[in-house]
Design a protein around this ligand. Structure first.
Ligand code: HEM
Length: 223
């Protein structure tokens, strides 16, 4: 290598590391710009929370309940959309049903996940710990079962799961629905203090779910 070549590659190395440093500084400035207002917001929210704790807790409790109610109905839609019901496929094509099954599945899962996490936080803020009464535990089990069922469906390619493994994991979602019903029926304010609406609706959804499950079993046994 000539001296001129060695000099120009050294200059190139310097230039590249200069660019890397400049990029790092820019990323740092961008992060600080984003974090500063977030920090300000967090400290203010903390004071707001201390000042009006009850109100702040309600802001956690109310949406968490709504997420559970909507997430539960979306979960019901999942069975109808995913089961390839001949009557339903006369109205919407199988491809459309499966596309909606995927999209609504994501939305329902995120709502139910948020519901569980928000109530864990709520219980922690109210009591200083987690509560493990039987019906909360049923909810925790339901969530623990739902997570692998959903992850298997979303990431089966990346996880290199065989078709039978991901299907088995995904079928776990069937267990979550009745668990969610028992948990919501026993703990939910909307069940306890609401008018007949949620009680009747969710009972009807559970009855249809049982019928769908029987139908699915018959189809499976017939091969
Ligand atoms: C870590 C997991 C979970 C925790 C800690 C949790 C906690 C709770 C609590 C404390 C309530 C009573 C809320 C109230 O005051 O009305 C509740 C209600 C409810 N939960 Fe969960 N839950 C969890 C998971 C789930 C899952 C996986 C589902 C659905 C499959 C679910 C569905 C429901 C429903 C439908 C209600 C009734 C909401 C209402 O009536 O307003 N939960 N949950």
């Amino acid at each position: 290598m000539t001296t001129a070549n060695a000099n120009s590659s050294a200059v190139e190395v310097l230039r590249r590391s200069g660019r890397d440093i400049a990029a790092a500084v820019i990323y740092l400035i961008a992060a600080v710009l984003l974090l500063l207002p977030v920090y300000e917001w967090l400290t203010n929210s903390y004071y707001f929370f201390l000042e009006s704790r009850e109100y702040a807790l309600l802001l956690l409790n109310l949406p968490a309940r709504l997420f559970a109610l909507v997430g539960f109905v979306l979960m019901f839609f999942q069975f109808v959309l995913g089961m390839r019901l001949p009557a339903f496929e006369k109205v919407f094509s199988r491809a459309v049903n499966l596309k909606r099954h995927r999209a609504l599945g994501k939305a329902g899962f995120i709502l139910i996940l948020l519901h569980g996490l928000m109530f864990l936080l709520y219980d922690y803020l109210v009591t200083g710990g987690l509560l493990f009464d039987p019906y909360r535990v049923v909810g925790m089990i339901a969530l623990a079962v739902l997570i692998p069922a959903v992850i298997a469906a979303w990431h089966f390619k990346r996880l290199k799961l065989s078709r039978s493994t991901w299907r088995t994991l995904h079928l776990l979602a069937y267990v979550v629905f009745p668990l969610g019903f028992v948990h919501g029926r026993t703990l939910g304010v909307e069940f306890a203090t609401g008018t007949w609406t949620v009680n009747a609706l969710f009972s009807v959804l559970l009855a249809i779910y049982v019928l769908l499950l029987l139908y699915r079993l018959v189809v499976y046994l017939r091969g």
